[in-house]
Write a protein that binds this ligand. Structure first.
Ligand code: ZN
Length: 203
């Protein structure tokens, strides 16, 4: 199982990090050791002093495919869930400044908490899915798929040109604005609409 992540997919988030708007989706990977499931706690790592939360909608790939055309992309996922793309922003900034890949800042152990999934059939319009993140009961990030630069089908078409998608693979589809630091003791809750799908603590 692999985790494919999309960066810079919401204009307001690109602005807050002062990044350039990409012509194609920005893609990076996380290993399966990044996943935290079933509400498992995230243990704050020693190598960073600035871990940021990025709440993202996650597609679960339901069958194998490559070179998938946009018009057929919807056949390759049956469930949508919520995850956090934890990012060691201090390490990422150091890597970026040196023009180096920032894999260690993104793909470390526990960097991909994953919540429950909803069947696609339960979501009326894929281009109008509302989701948000609360920390200690307070809303921190809110997004809607209509604000994505690249929609689900475009992402699947693009990504499957480079990586064969396999059943069970996950695509983290990018974060909306509002990213910020987490701290030990924080309680994170993620929602699609009003349904809570993600719930865990930072320890
Ligand atoms: Zn992200």
């Amino acid at each position: 199982m692999k985790i494919i992540c999309i960066g810079r997919n919401y204009a307001a988030h690109i602005e807050e990090l002062k990044n350039e708007t990409p012509g194609n989706p920005v893609v990076f990977l996380k290993p399966d050791t990044a996943v935290l499931k079933n509400g498992a706690a995230f243990y704050y790592p020693d190598f960073s002093k600035n871990i940021h939360h990025e709440v993202e909608l996650v597609l679960k790939i339901s069958k194998e495919g490559k070179y998938i055309q946009k018009e057929f992309a919807h056949r390759y996922f049956e469930q949508i869930g919520l995850g956090i793309d934890f990012t060691a922003r201090d390490l990422q900034d150091q890597c970026k400044a040196k023009g180096l890949p920032w894999e260690i800042a993104k793909a470390f152990n526990g960097s991909a908490p994953l919540g429950e999934f909803l069947p696609v059939s339960e979501l009326k319009e894929l281009n109008n899915i509302d989701f948000h993140l609360r920390i200690n009961g307070e809303e921190r990030q809110r997004g809607n798929t209509r604000l994505m630069l690249f929609d689900f089908s475009t992402l699947i078409e693009y990504v499957s040109e480079f990586f064969t998608l396999k059943k069970g693979d996950l695509i983290y589809t990018g974060t909306p604005a509002g990213v910020g630091p987490v701290h030990i003791g924080d309680h994170l809750e993620g929602f699609i609409g009003t349904q809570k799908l993600l719930d865990f603590e930072v320890k």
